[in-house]
Design a protein around this ligand. Structure first.
Ligand code: THU
Length: 124
């Protein structure tokens, strides 16, 4: 799957000298562009940004507003997005936004609604 391959390539750029845990993400926009991200850590720890948010913020700062899917790869069989990243996805994506976790051998597919049920929404 192309999106997962791009996430695996993105992982190579990970700056993770503190956790030594590399993560890559590839975000597919509604107009079929792919934005890659890797995790970027900091000596002060809290400024660390996950691969998923790096991909989102690159895309949003380039003017993209609609997204179809994200693939995430880490050095474990299935690297699920953290709660903060799920909330960022919620800000910009519909319930049926696809989240792929896995590697070149096996991929699991979820919707945002499945990974972030009962989420905060001022409209509801
Ligand atoms: N990390 C991500 O980039 N994405 C995830 O889905 C999980 C965690 C990063 C943050 C930190 O740099 C390292 O992995 C360990 O938590």
């Amino acid at each position: 799957m192309e999106l997962m391959e791009k996430a695996i390539v993105a992982k190579k750029k990970s700056y993770s000298p503190y956790s030594h845990f590399k993560v890559g993400a590839a975000l597919l926009t509604s107009d079929n562009q792919i934005y890659q991200g890797c995790n970027i850590e900091n000596a002060s720890y809290t400024p660390t940004c996950c691969a998923e948010r790096v991909a989102f913020f690159k895309a949003i700062s380039a003017g993209k507003k609609e997204f179809k899917a994200i693939a995430i790869n880490g050095d474990i069989p299935f690297c699920y997005p953290c709660g903060v990243c799920r909330q960022v996805m919620k800000e910009f994506c519909d319930d049926d936004f696809k989240i792929y976790v896995g590697n070149e051998k096996e991929i699991k597919e979820f919707t945002l609604k499945e990974l972030l049920p009962y989420s905060f929404d001022m409209e509801k």
